[in-house]
Design a protein around this ligand. Structure first.
Ligand code: AMP
Ligand code: GLY
Length: 424
């Protein structure tokens, strides 16, 4: 069959690689893809928000399945456009992707259905938000309602900081229209875990757990980023915690979306905080995490196309997900200055060291070919160097060895990805 993957990041590279391993696939396209994806798929230069162009390309090439990776096109309704064009598409429709597209929606949903999360208030008037802040304990968390590349969250330690936060989100529009509404949320403490689940609208099958590192620098300092590295599984996500999450979070979320007339078909990402009062939801995403996909998918044993078919056809109850009893660590190589200003266009050296390896992978995020056909940097997060290992410590050692195999000017990475492994 012919598969089109939409997106151009490390997550999409990991998805394309998994699809390429399916016995059922004959041809893979990726729109727009990147220099690494180009080794496995035919990249077509269509931006992810050009819905009609994506649909007509898929029709013209008689694509059997479109897999949508990123949040923007999902929240914007690409899956609806593809379905209306008679195509088979994997990912939530617009009605369901609001689970990620509006934090105010997701908080209200959790409140209505008793799903554990931080207490909160929603605001669309900055003056009311400011008045409310005078009445709460610090630290406090401010969240822009809409999509903001994982950066629309401010943790404020003082009232002054919180007031500045309201001014920059709601008045200065630091995150654009995402800040027309804002959630003010209780600050929680605990271990963070990401759990992804395939969903067919009724049934959910969760994947192995992972943990991201959101801050730009070592010791979890610096600005929030899209993610600087991941490991899988999380040693803190025990079977007992999984049972609690299934009963109190995963199943109730799927049921809630169904009851609201927004059945969710695709991947739900549960960002969890393991607090002293039990696991609570930090956020939902309507897609694979990036860079969670880079450590979760290489450990998956199922044919991903079988699982995706079951999600679309509503037969996920007949699928059992299987993950290898090993571990994976992904270290992001980024451009110095990310997540703010950075230069791009630097040649990447050493990519050939990853050819034909099935224990280490170099997932491309921001890369492209220059006019000479060289692979150069083209974004903030450039590469996701990933390694498998028998256990987490081995995977981490392998990942940092693999980081030495590849290089570009202006590169930086965190040196402490997986530090929590030592505390387990
Ligand atoms: P989010 O995009 O909602 O996952 O937020 C990004 C990051 O901010 C999370 O991964 C947490 O590290 C942090 N965060 C978000 N909400 C809270 C909260 N209520 N309490 C503490 N930290 C939070
Ligand atoms: N790694 C977090 C995310 O994909 O939003």
């Amino acid at each position: 069959m012919k598969v089109l993957v939409v997106g151009s990041g490390g997550r999409e590279h990991a998805i394309v690689r998994q699809v390429s391993r399916s016995a059922r696939v004959d041809k893979i396209y990726c729109a727009p893809g990147n220099a690494g994806i180009a080794e496995l798929a035919q990249c077509v230069p269509i931006p992810v928000m050009e819905f009609d162009k994506i649909a007509s390309f898929a029709k013209q090439e008689a694509v059997d399945l479109v897999i949508v990776g990123p949040d923007d096109p999902l929240v914007g309704g690409l899956v609806d456009v593809l379905k209306d064009a008679g195509l088979r598409a994997f990912g939530p429709d617009k009605k369901a992707a609001i689970l990620e597209g509006s934090k105010a929606f997701s908080k209200d949903l959790m409140k209505k259905y008793g799903i554990p999360t931080a207490s909160y208030e929603n605001f669309d008037d900055p003056d009311k938000a400011l008045a409310y802040l005078e009445t709460v304990k610090m630290p406090i968390v401010l969240k822009a309602d809409g999509l903001a590349l994982g950066k629309g969250v401010l943790i404020c330690n003082t009232l002054e900081e919180a007031k500045e936060g309201v001014a920059s989100i709601m008045v200065g529009k630091q995150f654009g229209s995402a800040g027309n509404r804002m959630v003010v949320e209780e600050f929680m403490t605990g271990r963070e875990v990401s759990v992804l689940g395939f969903c067919d609208g009724r049934t959910i099958r969760t994947m192995t757990s992972a943990q991201d590192h959101k801050r730009a620098h070592d010791h979890d300092e610096g600005l929030n980023t899209g993610g600087m590295g991941t490991f899988s599984p999380s040693p803190f996500y025990t079977d007992e915690i999984h049972k609690i999450c299934m009963e109190k979070i995963y199943l109730p979320t799927v049921e809630a979306m169904q009851k609201e007339g927004r059945p969710f078909k695709g991947v739900i990402f549960f960002g969890l905080m393991l607090t002293q009062d039990g696991p609570k939801v930090l956020e939902y995403n309507a897609r694979f995490g990036d860079p969670e996909a880079q450590v979760v998918l290489p450990r998956m044993e199922n044919d991903i196309l079988d699982v995706i078919d079951a999600c679309i056809d509503g037969t996920l109850d007949q699928i059992e997900l299987k993950f290898k009893d090993n571990a994976a660590v992904c270290v992001i190589l980024a451009s110095e200055g990310y997540p703010q200003k950075y230069e791009k266009g630097f040649p990447i050296r050493g990519l050939e060291n990853f050819k034909d390896r099935d224990d280490i992978f170099c997932f491309h995020a921001g890369t492209k070919f220059d006019e000479q056909g060289q692979v150069v940097t083209n974004g903030g997060r450039v590469l996701g160097v990933t390694a498998l290992g028998d256990d987490l410590k081995a995977a981490r050692a392998n990942a940092y060895e693999a980081v030495k195999l590849v290089d570009f000017d202006n590169a930086f990475c965190r040196s402490d990805i997986g530090h929590a492994i030592d505390e387990a």
